[in-house]
Design a binder for this molecule. Structure first.
Ligand code: ZN
Length: 378
């Protein structure tokens, strides 16, 4: 069933850093380097701003639309007019999903992106990599710990470890573990992150369906007050040089250092999808907006976020329960029915061209696609 009612739909996504992630304080896709990365003001923990995710997502969704043979103009990718004649169209999926400003009219985005915040952060230790988190981070992310909930009281400035990790124990029966320069002692108390759940809308879902088991089995919970310190002292810091693009030689005083969130970090973020029907966009529905956003998110894995992509930075694999393709086709068919009632033949024709173009790519759905084509296209 498609959800045509309601004010909005919230979808929770997770993301795994395949490269170090550098989002400079200067904004998204800064060409050159800025030393520091964006942080949460209250805790000092690095994050990826929602505006960065939105900006990349819009560009990539646009690229995907182009690839699918949709006739979308370049200014729709930016959403802003460049001159009197060079303007976003204000009626394609990119403009409707991400908002636009034209001379004659403008509209806010239907998809609203939260910041991507760190959920699990990888740290090299004497027993190999572990992923740290803390009670506050878990609570903010709405993670339900089940049987592990009451164990949080036993943290007592130490740590709790996933049951797969074996640690050295000292004479007073405490286990210990180093996080960089910091040595922590904890009770020999196990947690089982494979049982944890996350919440999406009103539903609880298994984290282990989404997050790799290799990570969940190596979780360590540290106290809130230590989380930021451990994260900030385990960021990637590298030194690099700037090359003068004209001469190809090293620029003078071009040595710089930069920091980045390391490969293996797990983030979470939400996208709120507002119902187009509440914006007098009656031919649209929420699923079409979700599909546009998710087309963009799927490309983060290849095209990356943030700066310094050319230095092997920024690839981020977004994971979540993506909209199934049949649900999308169902939503598209609904749109076509409304367009037909309104005699908007040019729009119908554009969708028909798109469907004919992608048909061969979706072999599992070819019958359904052909059925729609036969029903709506001449
Ligand atoms: Zn447009």
């Amino acid at each position: 069933m498609l959800e045509d009612n309601g004010i909005y739909k919230l979808k929770r996504y997770f993301a795994l850093a395949l490269d170090p992630i550098h989002v400079g304080t200067g904004g998204y896709r800064i060409g050159r380097v800025d030393n520091t990365i964006v942080r949460e003001p209250a805790t000092g923990v690095p994050k990826i701003p929602g505006t960065t995710i939105e900006g990349c997502c819009r560009s990539y969704a646009y690229l995907k639309s182009k690839e699918d043979g949709r006739n979308i103009n370049t200014y729709c990718a930016k959403g802003k007019p460049k001159s009197e004649t060079e303007q976003p169209c204000g009626s394609c999926e990119i403009c409707i999903t991400f908002g636009y400003a034209r001379k004659d009219k403008s509209m806010q985005a239907l998809a609203l992106f939260s910041d991507a915040r760190i959920l699990f952060f990888p740290v090299a230790t004497m027993i190999g990599p572990v992923w740290i988190t803390c009670p506050m981070v878990l609570k903010d992310a709405g993670v339900k710990l089940n049987n592990d909930e009451n164990k949080l009281e036993k943290l007592e400035g130490g740590f709790l470890k996933a049951n797969d990790l074996t640690l050295p124990m000292d004479d007073d029966k405490k286990v210990y573990l180093n996080f960089g320069w910091l040595l922590l002692k904890g009770k020999d108390e196990n947690i089982n992150p494979m049982q944890w759940k996350y919440k999406e809308n009103r539903e609880y879902k298994s984290l282990s369906d989404i997050i790799p088991k290799d990570i969940l089995n190596k979780i360590i919970i540290v106290p809130d007050e230590l989380f930021s310190t451990i994260v900030n002292s385990n960021l990637e810091v590298r030194t690099s040089i700037a090359i003068d693009p004209e001469t190809g030689t090293v620029e003078e005083r071009a040595l710089f250092t930069y920091e980045a969130i390391p490969r293996g970090t797990v983030f979470w973020f939400d996208v709120i999808y507002q119902n187009p029907k509440n914006f007098q966009l009656n031919e649209w529905n929420t699923e079409l907006i979700i599909k546009t956003v998710e087309d963009g998110l799927k490309l983060f894995e290849f095209l990356g976020v943030g700066g310094m992509g050319s230095r092997g930075f920024g690839r981020l694999k977004v994971i979540g329960e993506f909209l199934p393709f049949d649900k999308y086709l169902e939503a598209l068919e609904k749109r076509l029915e409304i367009l037909r009632k309104k005699h908007k033949n040019d729009k119908i024709q554009a969708i028909c061209n798109y469907l004919k173009n992608i048909k061969s790519e979706y072999t599992n759905w070819i019958e359904k696609i052909e059925e729609i084509i036969n029903k709506f296209c001449r």
